[in-house]
Design a protein around this ligand. Structure first.
Ligand code: C2E
Ligand code: CA
Ligand code: CA
Length: 617
C-alpha cells in the first residue's frame, strides 16, 4: 500500500495476509513472511516487526523474519537465537503466552528493562503468540518508538494474523519432515539412496568442479551379527558405525543404501590418492570394536573408491564403478580398499557371466570334484584326501574354485555350492569305503566362511555323515584362518557343534593371519595346514623357514596335527621333514586326481617319493 491509496479495512488486511501466506511453502516461507511483515508495518504504522519461532527442545526463540531489515546485522546475530532462560521477563513470556499482549510506556517494568538493556528511547509493543493446539510455537511482534495505543479490533486482527502464521509454520514443518523422511534413512538418519543420487547428479553436472569421489563402504559379513545376536543388535551396530562415519567425514555427503552399505562423497573435489587415503582411514575406523549387548564385536569393512568427472561421467557410472571396486576389495578377502580401474570392468563382465550360470550348474552337473592326496612324506603313504571343486564351464573351459567361489558367496549361492560339495564328496568317500580302500583315511572338505555362519550348519553336516554312515573322525572340514580370526565369538560356537558331531576341524592357510595364535588353545581345532605361501620357497627363503618352524612348534605345543600345503620342490619336502613336519600335500607328491584315480591310488596305498626321505638336509 502506498501512502496515497485509501486505507483498507482490518478485514481486508487479514484477507490479504491470508492469501499471501497461503501461497508460502518451505522454500519461500521466509521471504513471504518478510513481505507480509512489511505490509503490516506500513498498515499499523509501527517501526519494527518480527516473527520468531519457539524451539522447545532447547527452550529458545529463533528469529525467522523481520521488517525492516536491520542495516548492520552482527555475525553471529545475537537476536537470532534467544534462550528463554536468559531473556528478559517480557521476552520470556513468548515461551508460553496464549493471547496477545501490549506493552506500553506507562508499563514501568517493561520500560525500565528496555532503557537498561538497549538504551533505546521509550517504545511500545504488541506481541501476538503463534499457537498450535495448546503449544505456543512462536510470536509475532510489532514495535513502535514512543507510545501507541492498540485498539481491541487491531488486537483481534493481530490474533487472526498470528494464527495464519502458525498455520504456515505447521505446514512448513510438515513439509520439511516429509522431505527429510524422503531423503534420509530411518535407522541412521543418514541420507538415503534418493538423496545420494540427487546430490551426485548436481555434483557431476557440466562445469562443476571435479573429480568427484565416491567411497562405497560395505561391512564384511554383518549378517553373522544379525544371525547370532538378533536384528536389534545388528541395527545398533550399524548405527554406531554410521555415527563414526559421520564424525570422520563431517563435510561429506553420507548415504546409507540399505543393509550394511554406505556411500561417502567428499564435499570438495578429490584426487584418487586423497580418496584412497580417506578410504584407508575409514577402514581403520570402522574396524574398531563396538560393544553390543555387553559383547565387544569387530567387523571389518571393504571400501571401493571411484572418481567421476563432471560433464563426462553419470551418477550411475560413478556408483557402478565404486560398487565394482568394493566387490573387488571383498573378493580379495575384505578388510581393504580397492580403487576402480578399467580392468575391473572387464572382470565384472566375467563375473556376471559366472553369476548367470552358477545356479544352473549346481543343479545340472557341470561341477565335479578332484582329490588332492595328503601323504606321509617319509613313506609316501596316503593319509587323507582333500576334495577340490571344479567347474567345467561351457565356453570358458575348466574353472578353478578361486574364480567362482567368491562369486557364489556374494550372490548367496555358497550354501548351495557347499552342500553340493559336502554331499558329493561324502558319497564318493562312502563308495571307496565300501570298496575297502579308504579305511583309516580322512576326507577333507573346504568350507566357505558363509556356510560356517549359517544357522544349523553343524547339524546339517552331522546329517550328511549319518546319511553316508561315515564314522567319527573320518571327515575334516577346512576353514581359512582369516575367518576364524574375524569371527571368534561365533566360530567357536559352530566349531564346538562340529566337534560334538564327530567332525574334525582344520585351520586352512595357517600363517596368513597370525592373530589366531592367541586363541588357538581355546578353539576346538584338530589340524593346522601351513599356507602354501610359506612352503613354496622353503630352502631359499629364511623368513619362511622361521615361520614354518614357529608353526611346527606351535602345533606340537597344542598337540595339533600339522599338514604342509603346496610342497612343490624336493628341498621344501626335505626341509619340512628335517624340522619335524611329515604330513604334506603338493604337486611334488601328487596333482589333484579324479575320483576314480583317487580310488586307485587309495587301493595302492602310497605315492612314490622321489627325494631322499632321510631327515638330513
Ligand atoms: P586350498 O584349500 O588351499 O586348496 C589347495 C589348493 O592348492 C588347490 O587349489 C590345489 O590344487 C592347490 N595346490 C595343491 N598343491 C599345490 C602345489 O604344490 N603348488 C601349488 N601352486 N598349488 C597347489 P584349487 O583347487 O585351485 O583351490 C583353490 C582354493 O579354492 C582352495 O585352496 C580352497 O580354499 C578353495 N576351494 C577348493 N575347493 C573348494 C570347495 O569345495 N569349497 C570351498 N568353499 N572352497 C574350495
Ligand atoms: Ca583347503
Ligand atoms: Ca590352503
Amino acid at each position: 500500500m502506498s501512502a496515497d491509496s485509501p486505507p483498507i479495512s482490518l478485514d481486508r488486511l487479514v484477507t490479504t495476509v491470508a492469501a499471501r501466506l497461503m501461497a508460502a511453502n518451505a522454500a519461500t516461507s521466509v521471504v513471504v513472511s518478510q513481505e507480509v511483515l512489511a505490509v503490516l508495518v506500513e498498515y499499523f504504522d509501527v517501526d519494527f516487526s518480527f516473527l520468531r519461532h519457539n524451539d522447545h527442545s532447547v527452550r529458545a526463540s529463533v528469529l525467522i523474519a523481520e521488517w525492516p531489515l536491520r542495516p548492520d546485522v552482527p555475525d553471529p546475530d545475537p537476536l537470532k537465537v534467544v534462550y528463554f532462560a536468559d531473556a528478559d521477563p517480557v521476552f520470556a513470556q513468548a515461551e508460553h503466552a496464549k493471547t496477545p499482549t501490549v506493552f506500553r510506556p506507562d508499563d514501568d517494568d517493561y520500560q525500565k528493562r528496555i532503557a537498561e538493556g538497549r538504551s533505546l528511547p521509550q517504545t511500545s509493543m504488541a506481541a501476538a503468540p503463534l499457537v498450535s493446539g495448546d503449544v505456543t510455537t512462536g510470536v509475532l511482534g510489532f514495535v513502535k518508538i514512543g507510545d501507541r495505543e492498540w485498539k481491541p479490533e487491531e488486537i483481534n486482527a493481530l490474533e487472526a494474523i498470528a494464527s495464519l502464521f502458525a498455520q504456515v509454520q505447521a505446514r512448513v514443518a510438515a513439509e520439511e519432515r516429509l522431505r527429510y523422511l524422503a531423503e534420509h534413512d530411518d535407522l541412521t538418519g543418514l541420507h538415503n539412496r534418493r538423496a545420494l543420487i540427487e546430490h551426485l547428479d548436481e555434483r557431476l553436472a557440466e562445469g562443476r568442479p571435479g573429480p568427484v569421489a565416491a567411497l562405497y563402504v560395505d561391512l564384511d559379513r554383518l549378517k553373522t551379527i544379525n544371525d547370532y545376536l538378533g536384528h536389534s543388535a545388528g541395527d545398533w551396530f550399524i548405527r554406531v558405525l554410521a555415527e563414526r562415519l559421520r564424525e570422520a567425514t563431517e563435510t561429506s555427503m553420507i548415504a546409507r543404501l540399505g543393509g550394511d552399505e554406505f556411500v561417502v562423497v567428499p564435499a570438495a573435489p578429490t584426487s584418487a590418492e586423497e580418496a584412497e587415503r580417506l578410504a584407508g582411514r575409514l577402514c581403520a575406523l570402522l574396524r574398531q570394536r563396538v560393544s553390543v549387548d555387553g559383547e565387544m564385536l569387530t567387523r571389518t569393512a571393504s571400501i571401493g573408491v571411484a572418481l567421476g568427472s563432471p560433464g563426462r561421467d553419470s551418477t550411475s557410472d560413478l556408483l557402478r564403478h565404486a560398487d565394482q571396486a568394493v566387490l573387488t576389495a571383498k573378493g580379495a578377502g575384505g578388510n581393504q580398499v580397492a580403487v576402480f580401474s578399467d580392468e575391473m570392468s572387464l572382470r565384472t563382465d566375467y563375473r556376471n557371466d559366472i553369476e548367470l550360470h552358477l545356479q544352473d550348474v549346481i543343479e545340472n552337473g557341470a561341477l565335479f570334484l578332484q582329490y588332492l592326496p595328503e601323504v606321509d612324506m617319509r613313506t609316501g603313504e596316503v593319509l587323507a584326501t582333500e576334495a577340490l571343486v571344479r567347474w567345467n564351464h561351457p565356453t570358458r573351459g575348466l574353472l578353478s574354485p578361486a574364480s567362482f567361489i567368491a562369486v557364489a558367496e556374494s550372490i548367496n549361492l555358497a550354501g548351495d555350492l557347499g552342500r553340493w560339495v559336502l554331499r558329493t564328496a561324502c558319497a564318493e568317500f562312502a563308495r571307496w569305503r565300501a570298496l575297502g580302500v579308504a579305511e583309516g583315511i580322512v576326507l577333507r572338505v573346504n568350507v566357505s566362511p558363509v556356510q560356517l555362519v549359517t544357522d544349523g550348519f553343524a547339524a546339517s553336516v552331522a546329517d550328511v555323515l549319518r546319511e553316508f554312515d561315515l564314522n567319527r573322525g573320518s571327515v575334516c572340514l577346512e576353514i581359512t584362518e582369516s575367518v576364524v580370526v574375524q569371527d571368534m565369538e561365533m566360530t567357536s560356537v559352530t566349531l564346538a557343534g562340529l566337534r560334538d558331531a564327530g567332525v574334525l576341524v582344520a585351520i586352512d592357510d595357517f600363517g596368513t593371519g597370525f592373530s589366531v595364535l592367541s586363541h588357538l588353545k581355546s578353539l576346538p581345532v584338530d589340524v593346522l595346514k601351513i599356507d602354501r605361501g610359506f612352503v613354496a620357497d622353503l630352502g631359499t627363503n629364511p623368513d619362511d623357514l622361521a615361520i614354518v618352524r614357529a608353526v611346527i612348534a606351535l602345533a606340537e605345543a597344542f598337540e595339533l596335527e600339522l599338514v604342509a600345503e603346496g610342497v612343490e620342490t624336493e628341498v621344501a619336502a626335505r626341509t619340512l621333514l628335517h624340522h619335524g613336519c611329515h604330513r604334506a600335500q603338493g604337486f611334488l607328491l601328487s596333482r589333484p586326481l579324479s575320483g576314480d584315480d583317487m580310488a586307485a591310488l587309495l587301493a595302492k596305498g602310497r605315492v612314490a617319493v622321489h627325494y631322499s626321505a632321510s631327515p638330513s638336509v
